[in-house]
Write a protein that binds this ligand. Structure first.
Ligand SMILES: Cc1cc2nc3c(=O)[nH]c(=O)nc-3n(C[C@H](O)[C@H](O)[C@H](O)COP(=O)(O)OP(=O)(O)OC[C@H]3O[C@@H](n4cnc5c(N)ncnc54)[C@H](O)[C@@H]3O)c2cc1C
Length: 383
């Protein structure tokens, strides 16, 4: 739901200019240095990007889902690793506290997440539990007014630098399912929280992941999200619902950028005495990519608007993530094809994007998991 079209249009213009003038020119540096340049990080904080979806009462911009999707599409037009740094504070790193946290928890942490003063991470995945997240093994055993956490979390985005972690752990070892899981807020400097070395990833250089190991890590009992045991898995799933729409919007933005790169190249290069863009087989690729990107846009906008009216969009969010993550993979593949040999060379952005977008089909629920969610919900609704 757009609350103030004029304000939103100003925000989108500012972000679009920032993407064009500051982020796109720094894409290669981001990839080479495997780090977001510090001055850009500061500019992102000043623009409020760390608090996009955080309510205004906690110092964020309080964007609705539709507004956030439009912003994510703009941000998607540059390397996804730029978004990854502040995306976690808005999304999986803060939403657990915002959706299910107590008033005290929100007041203590959310304002600092909104400004980017502290960075956050979301710890669900483990070495033996990925798609089957409810089987996680990290334990949190009550000991007086603390819980003692033990276990390993894997591939944690922002893990090497985060100040705050939302951690899903089993408080009831007798309950092996989702009901035995609780969510905790764990500060990065807590003794017993150990960061593994940064992972060497295929793409999205500049966004870091690592193992987070809990070795008798003592966490105050007051840090259990919502103050209640057994709610953690539900919290994680609610967080992922919003995250799936956000990621889908980013996929649409990246697809738009790749269509633009492809069109630009096809109009510049000549073969057989004509622009590539005049050859009909190239036109077919351009048209297919444009059409699919538009289909993704229409899906995300519809689901985001419905979410803003209070509708349960769990199924639609999975439909969007399923389609948009696969769609941007096809668009990236065609972009490389339109570029021919140049598309295989690191000096062209499409080579980097081709590797970057591969992740969208894997994290925040793989394509197969989205298929299962959609089909299961269909069967449940029909019976
Ligand atoms: C760069 C990166 C960043 C990440 N960031 C985070 C983060 O910040 N926090 C976090 O908690 N996690 C994070 N993850 C983890 C990510 O969410 C998981 O990798 C993902 O959920 C898949 O789990 P898995 O890797 O264990 O694969 P698996 O679950 O082992 O899946 C392997 C394959 O089997 C398929 N599969 C599994 N179960 C079924 C089934 N029932 N039916 C059909 N097919 C199935 C999957 O779709 C996949 O193709 C990140 C991962 C990466 C790569």
């Amino acid at each position: 739901m757009i609350r103030d079209p004029e304000l939103l249009s100003q925000l989108l213009d500012t972000i679009s200019r920032f993407v064009r003038e500051r982020l796109i020119p720094n894409e290669e540096r981001l990839a080479e240095e495997d780090a977001v340049p510090p001055e850009l990080l500061e500019e992102m904080k000043e623009m409020g990007l760390f608090g996009l979806s955080i309510p205004e009462e906690y110092g964020g911009l309080g964007l609705t889902m539709e507004e956030e999707a439009l912003v994510a599409m703009e941000i998607g037009k540059t390397s996804p690793a730029f978004r990854s740094v502040f995306g976690t504070n808005n999304g999986i790193g803060a939403q657990g506290i915002l959706i299910d946290g107590t008033q005290e928890q929100k007041a203590k942490y959310v304002p600092r997440l909104a400004t980017g003063e502290i960075l956050s991470s979301f710890c669900l995945t483990e070495p033996d539990s990925g798609s089957d997240a409810a089987s996680l093994r990290t334990t949190a055993i009550r000991d007086g007014d603390h819980y003692i956490l033990n276990g390993t979390k894997r591939y944690i985005t922002n893990g090497p630098e985060a100040d705050l972690f939302t951690v899903m752990a089993r408080t009831d070892p007798a309950n092996k399912g989702a009901g035995g899981i609780s969510a905790f807020i764990v500060q990065g400097d807590t003794p017993g929280l150990i960061r593994g070395p940064a992972d060497n990833k295929m793409g999205q250089k500049g966004a870091h992941t690592c193992d987070i190991i809990f070795d008798n890590c003592r966490v105050p009992a007051e840090n259990i999200i919502g103050g209640k045991e057994g709610q953690g898995f539900k919290t994680a799933m609610k967080v992922l619902d919003r995250g799936r729409l956000h990621i889908s919007a980013v996929c649409v933005g990246v697809a738009d950028r790749l269509v633009e790169e492809s069109l630009h190249y096809a109009m510049e290069r000549k073969q057989f005495g004509a622009m590539l863009a005049d050859h009909q087989l190239i036109q077919a690729m351009l048209a297919d990519s444009k059409t699919e990107a538009y289909a993704g846009y229409a899906m995300v906008m519809d689901a985001a608007r419905r979410k803003d009216t209070g509708e349960n969009v769990s199924t639609l969010a999975s439909c969007c993530k399923l389609f948009c993550a696969e769609m941007v993979g096809r668009v990236a593949d065609r972009a490389v094809q339109v570029h021919g040999g140049a598309g295989y060379m690191a000096e062209y952005a499409v080579e980097r994007f081709y590797r970057d977008v591969r992740l969208f089909r894997i994290y925040e629920g793989t394509t197969q998991i989205q298929q299962l969610v959609v089909a299961r919900n269909m069967v449940r609704e029909a019976s």
